[in-house]
Design a protein around this ligand. Structure first.
Ligand code: KIV
Length: 272
């Protein structure tokens, strides 16, 4: 039996609000390339996030800051070519929207036009309200992102849980309301206490998708490479690994190397 109450042929921003209203949890994963996106779309994921975590898992950077708008467009266009059902959200990378709302809109338009994305995600609250508003006026759906916003890692200094103190929690609650009022269609809450995340999700009408934010929110997101067990060094408490592809892949690579070295591959049936 499908876990979905509605058999959506195509997920739209409206379907997500409907899911929240119906109490159906929203499943979101990242993807950065055609092949993986095709598999996860076919599996029935609701939202594919072309995250700027591509900077980490695809390019090997320590933070998400170095990835460029051109690189995000490359990843996003590969994903868009693969999907039939999921809603594709693309991160606006660091530096492409914080400066002023005009450049924010130009960045969002490039993502929509050149990659064929369905929506964009921006990190931050009141500080970037003008950028969010301007993008929305162009008819581009915006997903917000509060809590641990990795593009601000040098301000935070650490990847630890955010909004544990009252002042930061109050600001987060105000920002969530603001994003709803501005017209964002959903919101990611990253690494905040579960109680706070639940309170936020219950206080606004748009879906709240959590990562390290407990089970009281409207949906969950994970980085694909982490949940597949491809990355080994990253092991936060919130991460559930659904496969151990690092071991599987290492063993496949070792077997291949050994078969080549031992002249076992290719055999007679594997040649022309
Ligand atoms: O870039 C990303 O993968 C993200 C998720 C962690 C939410 O923003």
């Amino acid at each position: 039996m499908s876990a979905s109450k509605n058999d959506y042929k195509r997920i739209t921003t409206n379907s997500l609000v409907e899911m929240k209203q119906n109490g159906e949890k929203i499943a979101m994963l990242t993807a950065y390339d055609y092949t993986m996106a095709k598999i996860v779309d076919k599996a029935g994921i609701d939202i594919i996030l072309v995250g700027d975590s591509a900077s980490n898992v695809m390019a090997g950077h320590e933070t998400t800051l170095p990835i460029t708008l051109d690189q995000m467009i490359y990843h996003a266009s590969s994903v868009v070519r693969a999907i039939k059902r999921s809603l594709v959200v693309v991160d606006l990378p660091f530096g492409s929207y914080q400066g002023n709302s005009k450049s924010a809109l130009e960045s969002a338009i490039r993502i929509m036009k050149e990659a064929g994305a369905h929506s964009v995600k921006l990190e931050g609250g009141s500080e970037i309200r003008e950028s969010i508003s301007r993008i929305l006026t162009a008819g581009i759906p915006v997903m917000g992102h509060l809590g641990l916003t990795p593009q601000s890692i040098y301000k935070f200094g650490t990847y630890t849980v955010r909004a544990k103190e009252k002042q930061e929690a109050e600001k987060l609650k105000e920002d969530a309301k603001l994003l709803e009022q501005l017209g964002c269609f959903a919101l990611v809450l990253e690494k905040v206490p579960a109680k706070l995340a639940k309170e936020v999700a219950e206080s606004i009408s748009i879906p709240v998708i959590g990562i390290g934010a407990g089970n009281g929110v409207d949906g969950q997101v994970l980085v694909m490479h982490d949940m597949l067990g491809m990355t080994q060094e990253f092991s936060p408490r919130f991460l559930r690994r659904y496969a151990d592809l690092h071991t599987e892949m290492s063993s496949a690579f070792k077997n291949y190397i050994s078969d080549v070295k031992n002249r076992d591959f290719p055999n007679e049936n594997e040649q022309y």
